[in-house]
Design a binder for this molecule. Sequence first.
Ligand SMILES: [Zn+2]
Length: 574
Amino acid sequence: MRWSKAFIPTFKEIPREAEAVSHILMLRAGLIRKLTSGTYTYLPIGWKVLEKIIKIVREEMNRAGAQEILMPAMQPKELWEKTGRYGLLKGDILITYRDRHGKEIVFGPTHEEIVTYLVSGEIRSYKQLPQILYQIQTKFRDEPRPRFGIIRTAEFIMKDAYSFDCDWEGLDKSYKIMYATYCRIFERCGLDYIAVEADPGMMGGDVSHEFMAPAESGEDKIVVCSSCGYAASLDKAECPGERNQKPETTNQNLRPIKEVDTPGITTVEKVAQFLKVNPQELVKTIILLAEGKETAVLVRGDYELNLVKLAHYLKVENLVMADEKTIEKLTGGPMGFSGPVGLRGIRILADYSLKGMFNFVTGANKPDKHLINVNLGRDFSVEEFGDFRYFTSQDKCPRCGEEASLKTALEIGHIFKLGTKYSQALKANFLDRAGKEKPMIMGCYGIGINRIMAAFIEQNYDREGIIWNKSLTPFEILILPTHQNEPLIKEIAENLDKELEARGVSCLLDDRELHPGVKFKDADLLGIPLRLVIGRSFLDKGLLELKLRRTGESFSFPSGEAREKILDKIKNLA
Ligand SMILES: [Zn+2]
């Protein structure tokens, strides 16, 4: 490929709209261009990289015995109603439209409904199971916060796979196969990744793992223990803390409860400052509606309530903060002044962290008032304790008790044991050996193709630009003649380009009539692993220079040895 004829629009400036490294470099190196917030065009270089990722994914899925299909992106809303996800996601991430007949169509953000419907009509017997079907396709979501370039977009390419088994042992097997396949895919792509226990979220089911790539611009935090290998998403990471402790109800030093003025002061930080106590001595009272049912949850002042954990505990899908009106009606006080003392007709739950507390501060359920020296048991009671908060950097590993660290990471894959949620709703049944009708046991498995590219760049760059590896690079070698107007240089560059292409090497020949400095800058920005420079030392001494983008090492050799040297270096590229 000749650069003079190629569509590789590079630029020097740091784009103002971009914050993530991968976003900046993909724009500058001419891999992508934005159309609207959340939608991007992949230019030739960007698309080449995506195709390489897709090839790896496809090869590994096929090797695992999965079969590729292609399902419609446009889906009837009725199927989404049957699984209950239409009500859950309409008005949220679901993009829908009405066709000319007035039928509502969903643009698929995922395909559980469609593949389960498909299989329900085709598979009748245990003899036809197990099956793993997958596709590589564009997905859509009404993304509230498109961010970080192609990391969070409204339109993206996914590999989604679905397994169907006769029993739970079969699902375990399919799940293990997909887990191992994902590891191979990410390893072949050259990504640093960690598989973490995760929350299944809107997919439902019990067991799930996220594959996370540690990256500065990651949107997720993960908890990783280097001592025992425990790894979990922040939604899931356990905080057992005071689980086994008895609540501090019989402490000798319980002081009498007292109401104090806190005029207009509502946040934990400000109340703590005003009363000259630590945030750890405050208790937050959060009023929520769990599928419409009023619930109060108590959490120590310096901790954050984890809604995902709470929703699991309560076994509800719809869990929202109560609005100001509901809070006033329930507690008698305005928002920001809620407390558990005197709260009637509402379920009170508390995070384990409360067990270790006494003489603490809460809202008084009155405007501009808080209570101090509040105590569990004496002043109010809690229905149940649970793990309802987010893991913090002060917490220890829940498995081994050693230091655990919080890392920023980017989700690149997610696998779920779905069970029978979708097969029951859509009657995807089969007859077992005994002739009994049973719902199929399902799993689903997703990989964000675009995100692999972003994650790779987040993990492989320097001040000058991207640093590709052998498996994802858009070209294996960049041939860089420094002076296009020197016939000898031009000639050998063109000959080498032809000869290497004929030997199966993908080359980019920078035949642009530009200052060598500009070409070198672009070469570093684009990040092709090998750069062959044909310049002055060729004219003077017949020498060529081969430079490795990753290490900066360079090698000089006579032009006659170029082919063999280059082929050898490509063979040994990582
Ligand atoms: Zn540990």
